[in-house]
Design a protein around this ligand. Structure first.
Ligand code: GLN
Length: 446
């Protein structure tokens, strides 16, 4: 484990996540199914036993197990990052006009092109990735590749090298990819020479990474495009969200649907055995194990991701059960009052509603209902104090909801004031006060 400052935490210290990764590694280390890719001759030299896992949180903590520092070529895991660059350079609409976002349901190197136009189905299969390189801004292949390498490196937080032997090996044998480029060129969808497009693509696939690098790169996507360790914004938040969306639907080739069902996380795999998966807003994981299944996804990386997702309950569609309300009704002296109140409004002329934590739709929507249960419908309070001192953040939908609630109450003659020692102005009210007593005095006095 490494803390955000890059300091290794001594192994005798508490490291539950590192332990968990180590246990998952052991569990699947004996799974010897699958074959190391050999259609790119240089890839066939990979060690089939190597198996590395790494996890990086959005706050910058790092956890690793096994061969997480062994270098391998990034291959198709580069595709979402090149797509990010194209989105940043020419915008989503222009990219969408040239490359679709529909799962192809076919192998990674299939001729998944729209009949007539030659538009590839999505940017995460070979055809789409080859076209994507041509959308990256740059005067020629050198500059385009330079910019892709720069983005990959900034996401990883270090200068990534290129494996010249793998590049040459793929360049010398990549006739199928060349054919895809020529088909797109013939159909008019590829606007640069086929040879230029595949050359950038072969180079980007030959960039060397480790599972630890992949976890940092995945965490950058999880963190809305901000590198979790350097704090550098490497892509816009919107671009990161668009990339994650396409990874969720198309990242695992013709296994994408089943992957989403079983694992439920945006992901991307590569034929050298690499895999990234992202838990949005939480962390990224990077895995490496060269033997592949028949779809070209790493057998152990898929199994381990599935175990991590199941054990951590990470599936995107997983319902988060709230254990209690994020608001309480309090008396002037700060004591919590029961909901509903047995005595009605008699006790409070100005109710104080104290909110805490992260306010999302559910809590913003429930707060006025809770208040109503307490004061009843018959009595109209003079005003309401909403104490925001313990709120960490408002989701934008909760801000909208509070605006609407405060507006409706104002139309009924009830004014709402807020308390916030830090004066953050999180919601627009009839007045914000640093202390509860001042808010109450304001409402009672006028
Ligand atoms: N460079 C590889 C190819 O084009 C990448 C494919 C992959 O990782 N699935 O065949």
């Amino acid at each position: 484990m490494t803390d955000p400052a890059g300091q290794a935490v001594p192994s005798h210290q508490f490291d539950p996540i590192g332990d968990l990764l180590g246990r998952i590694r052991l569990e699947f280390a004996d799974d010897h199914r699958g074959d190391v890719a050999s259609y790119i001759p240089e890839l066939s030299t990979a060690d089939p036993e190597a198996f590395g896992l790494a996890l990086v949180g959005v706050a910058g903590s790092r956890y690793e197990a096994g061969e997480s520092g062994v270098p391998f070529t990034i291959q198709s895991v580069s595709k979402p990052f090149a797509y990010a660059l194209a989105l940043a350079d020419v915008g989503m609409e222009a990219v969408l006009a040239r490359v679709g976002v529909e799962p192809s349901g076919e192998g990674f190197n299939a001729i998944s092109l729209e009949p007539g136009t030659g538009r590839p189905d999505n940017p995460l299969i070979n055809a789409g990735a080859i076209l994507t390189t041509s959308l990256v801004a740059g005067g020629g292949p050198e500059e385009r590749f330079g910019r892709i390498l720069d983005l990959l490196s900034r996401c990883a937080g270090r200068e990534l090298p290129v494996d010249a032997a793998v590049y040459r090996s793929e360049r010398d044998t990549g006739d199928r990819n060349r054919a895809l480029a020529h088909l797109m060129r013939a159909a008019g969808s590829l606007s640069v020479p086929a040879e230029d497009a595949v050359d950038v693509y072969f180079r980007q696939c030959s960039v060397l990474v480790t599972a630890a690098d992949l976890a940092v790169m995945a965490a950058t996507l999880a963190n809305g495009g901000v590198h979790p360790l350097t704090g550098e914004r490497v892509m816009d938040q919107l671009v990161a969200e668009q990339v994650l969306t396409v990874m969720a639907t198309c990242g695992m080739y013709d296994y994408s649907g089943e992957w989403l069902l079983r694992v439920g996380l945006p992901a991307k795999s590569g034929v050298a055995g690499g895999l990234v998966a992202v838990s949005p807003s939480q962390f990224g994981i990077g895995l490496f194990s060269p033997p592949l299944d028949e779809r070209g996804n790493s057998v152990r990386a898929v199994e381990a991701s599935r175990a991590i997702s199941e054990r951590f309950s990470l599936h995107l569609m997983h319902q988060v059960t709230r254990t209690g309300p994020s608001f309480v009704l309090v008396a002037e002296d700060g004591t919590e009052m029961s909901l509903p109140s047995p005595s009605g409004l008699g006790v409070v002329d100005v109710p104080v509603l104290s909110l805490q934590g992260y306010i999302e739709f559910a809590s913003a929507e429930q707060a006025p209902l809770g208040l109503r249960r307490h004061v009843g419908d018959a009595v109209v309070p003079q005003g309401i104090v909403v104490d925001l001192d313990h709120v960490t953040q408002f989701h934008p939908v909760a801000v909208l909801l509070f605006d609407a609630i405060i507006g409706q109450l104002a139309r009924r003659g009830i004014s709402v004031v807020t308390v916030d020692r830090q004066g953050r102005g999180m919601v627009a009210s009839a007045g914000e006060f640093p202390r509860r007593a001042e808010a109450l005095a304001h409402l009672r006095g006028g």
